[in-house]
Design a protein around this ligand. Structure first.
Ligand SMILES: [Zn+2]
Length: 425
């Protein structure tokens, strides 16, 4: 493997607090001290006016394979991740069949190896078949490489089942992640319940559908000692509960998506489910502001895309019938950088931390860093030049992004995974 020199970039490394112009030298898949003379064949990447960071981690990605390869495959999802600046992604289990056995996990591993792009970690099901009734064989799944458990797409409705899963997961030292949404309260809702759902005459999902489950999960974390993670938190009251619980050292964490940070229910267009129908739905302005505050102050430790590809046909069924979800891998850096850093809501170092050390800590993995000896997972960012979101050029198979046509700042121009360049402009 040839050596690589990323030259004269602004190195921003939250694990060490480093923020300075420097070279980053890579050989044998690791960051190393730069030798006085470069070995022959060293590839040099000019990083003047670029920001060089540890490879980004996305805790929440739907790869759709097996079962819905028309909207995404492991290969296209991994390519989209690399283009977006990610070197590690966590695959959600709501495939067909669901990811609930070691055999399914091994298949995912094989497909990820075939894609040869980014690291794919697996968060298989909490319950067998994602049916919410019987806890899956968590011990066998952990043994086969599961980094966390979730029934994402749905919450585990029965508190007894959730408690049993959390007791077992605590012994395995794995995070239990939950799509906190009470199915009964959500009912047939398709957007956040409030003045805008009434204005459009669309059935609403009340805020309580989320925060009641968040409250339940916090209680269960206290009882079982198991770390619980609230996926794509979207409601101000959920944030308040999480902040209060964390103050009492309850092991609860949360992630927030770029779309919940950048958009509100007032942005919804009732004729455009491709861009504006997702679960949880876009909240009110007050919810959005609470999420921004919480990710800035560290109550929310991680961003996550909830990349949820859907075909154009399925999204053309109208707001009531179209599936929930929007894609995010190729816009996440730009949307979060523009919304938070460019607008002065959080410093660059903290923003990088929410994409790197934050998610790594939740997964119990070593802090990503650019210090010598570290695995060479590296992202080179251009944060100075505006770019226009053009989904036609995406590596993802799907086009269901709310940010179509937006002007953003911040994008990956080179992604290095395990010492190999997996994306370069
Ligand atoms: Zn979800």
């Amino acid at each position: 493997m040839n050596a690589l020199l990323i030259q004269a970039g602004r190195v921003v490394d939250p694990a060490t607090g480093r923020d300075e112009t420097a070279d980053v030298f890579v050989t044998d898949g690791r960051v190393q001290d730069r030798p006085p003379s470069l070995p022959p064949g060293t590839r040099v990447i000019d990083a003047h006016n670029r920001v060089v960071v540890p490879g980004f981690i996305d805790l929440h990605v739907h790869l759709r394979e097996p079962g819905n390869e028309a909207s995404e495959t492991v290969l296209t999802g991994c390519r989209a991740a690399a283009r977006g600046g990610f070197t590690t992604i966590v695959a959600m289990p709501n495939t067909k069949p669901p990811l609930d056995s070691p055999a399914e996990l091994r298949q995912l591993d094989q497909r990820a190896i075939g894609a040869a792009a980014v690291r794919v970690l697996a968060a298989p099901c909490i319950t067998r078949g994602r049916a919410g009734i019987e806890v899956a064989d968590l011990e066998a799944l952990a043994e086969a490489g599961a980094v966390a458990f979730t029934d994402d797409g749905a919450t585990v409705p029965d508190a007894d089942v959730m408690a049993a899963a959390m007791r077992r997961s605590a012994l395995l030292n794995r995070l239990v992640m939950d799509h906190a949404l009470d199915a009964g309260l959500a009912g047939q809702g398709v957007m956040h319940e409030g003045e805008w759902s009434r204005h459009f005459g669309l059935p609403g999902i009340p805020a309580a559908a989320e925060h009641l489950i968040v409250a339940r999960n916090i209680r269960l974390a206290e009882q079982t000692g198991c770390a619980v993670h609230i996926q794509h938190v979207s409601i101000a009251e959920s944030v308040r509960l999480i902040r209060e619980a964390r103050r009492r050292s309850v092991p609860v964490s949360a992630e927030v998506t770029p779309h919940h940070l950048a958009l509100t229910d007032s942005d919804v267009r009732p004729d455009d489910p491709r861009r504006f129908k997702m679960s949880p739905p876009l909240g009110s302005l007050a919810d959005c502001l609470a999420l921004r505050e919480a990710v800035a102050d560290g109550t929310i430790e991680a961003f996550a895309t909830d990349h949820a590809p859907h075909t154009a046909e399925s999204k053309a069924r109208g707001f009531l019938a179209a599936p929930f979800g929007v894609i995010g891998l190729e816009t996440a850096v730009g949307v979060t950088y523009t919304t938070l850093v460019l607008h002065g809501l959080m410093p660059l170092l903290d923003w990088v931390a929410r994409w790197t050390t934050g998610p790594a800590r939740l997964l119990g993995r070593a802090a990503p860093t650019l210090a010598p000896g570290a695995v060479a997972d590296i992202t080179v960012l251009d944060v100075d030049n505006e770019w226009s979101v053009a989904p036609a050029g995406f590596a993802s198979k799907s086009r269901n992004t709310p940010f179509d046509g937006w002007l953003l700042q911040g994008r990956a121009v080179c992604t290095v995974c395990d010492g190999r360049i997996v994306w370069t402009e």
